[in-house]
Design a protein around this ligand. Structure first.
Ligand SMILES: NC(=O)c1ccc[n+]([C@@H]2O[C@H](COP(=O)([O-])OP(=O)(O)OC[C@H]3O[C@@H](n4cnc5c(N)ncnc54)[C@H](O)[C@@H]3O)[C@@H](O)[C@H]2O)c1
Length: 270
């Protein structure tokens, strides 16, 4: 018996990285999955884009665990597409119990005041407005289902400032505000709303395209010091974040709501 038997979970940004790991972890515990991802390039991030083949690999992973997986190439900025996917979810599964808002991009500028307006807009649209749009589309189905758990991915940058990441940090801090307000509003519908603040995670966002290298060049003293409190650790593996998602999705956290949970090996303590 799994911890999420007969539950239905939506995961945004599910083509790769943490999103794929979340989808597979929730499926392993018995949940059916609705996986969507933009699978397209963005104007400012240097990270290579995810592809439709990446998303198909997530679907194969979920189905390999004998769970159903509905998937769609869809951008979290596309409200009409999100409403249609929510309707497809209702038709296919009849309910929604877990909403994981994980999608994200990361781009940088040396200083916040030097960030081009288009870059600022892209980050805020994807990370913050996109999170709101996903909630707007899927909350009615979760309310109809009698309750559930919403889990948003913020960042350790929302706790400790990320230099050269002004727009990213502002948007991820905004996600925390969104989470807190929604926790207050959704409680009466038996819906818990929480967020996770991952530290550095070993995914393409951090490891490919040169964003981390450029950040280190600009801010060697800030970013170059390994502030993990636990031994033998550089970056976290995606599964470490998925384990926290699973906790927040399951009944083991049934009285946890309105919380920002850092999963960062203590990076933000000092
Ligand atoms: N990697 C890290 O060190 C780190 C640290 C803290 C927080 N985060 C956050 O964790 C989340 C997952 O990132 P990751 O590390 O797996 O990186 P990743 O680049 O491997 O995955 C992000 C996924 O989100 C998708 N995506 C981006 N914008 C989208 C949109 N508008 N609509 C739909 N899909 C979209 C991408 O296509 C990609 O598949 C992001 O929110 C990120 O900001 C990452």
């Amino acid at each position: 018996m799994g911890r999420l038997d007969s539950k239905v979970a939506v995961v945004s940004g599910a083509a790769r990285g943490q999103g794929r790991s979340h989808a597979m972890t929730l499926a392993r515990e018995g949940a059916s999955i609705v996986a969507f991802d933009a699978c397209s390039s963005f104007a400012y991030p240097m990270t290579p884009p995810a592809t439709a083949e990446d998303l198909a690999e997530t679907v194969r992973g979920v189905e390999g665990m004998d769970q159903r997986c509905l998937s769609e190439v869809l951008d979290a900025r596309n409200s009409a597409g999100l409403e249609q996917l929510a309707e497809r979810t209702r038709q296919e599964f009849g309910r929604l119990d877990i909403l994981v808002i994980n999608h994200g991009i990361w781009s940088i500028a040396r200083n916040t005041w030097e960030t081009p307006e288009e870059q600022w807009d892209e980050l805020v649209d994807v990370l913050l407005t996109g999170a709101y749009k996903v909630c707007k589309a899927f909350m009615p189905l979760m309310i109809e289902s009698g309750g559930g758990s919403v889990i948003m991915t913020s960042s350790s940058n929302a706790i400790q400032p990320g230099p050269s990441s002004g727009a990213y940090t502002a948007a991820k801090t905004g996600v925390v505000g969104l989470m807190r307000v929604m926790a207050v509003e959704a409680g009466e519908f038996n819906i818990r709303v929480n967020a996770i603040a991952p530290g550095g995670v070993n995914t393409k966002m951090l490891q490919e395209g040169g964003t981390m290298e450029q950040s280190l060049e600009w801010r060697p003293t800030f970013l170059g010091l390994n502030k993990n409190l636990l031994p033998n650790l550089q970056w976290l593996e995606p599964q470490a974040i998925s384990d926290a998602v699973l906790f927040l999705a399951s009944d083991e956290s049934k009285f946890v709501t309105g919380v920002l949970l850092p999963v960062d090996a203590g990076w933000t303590v000092g």
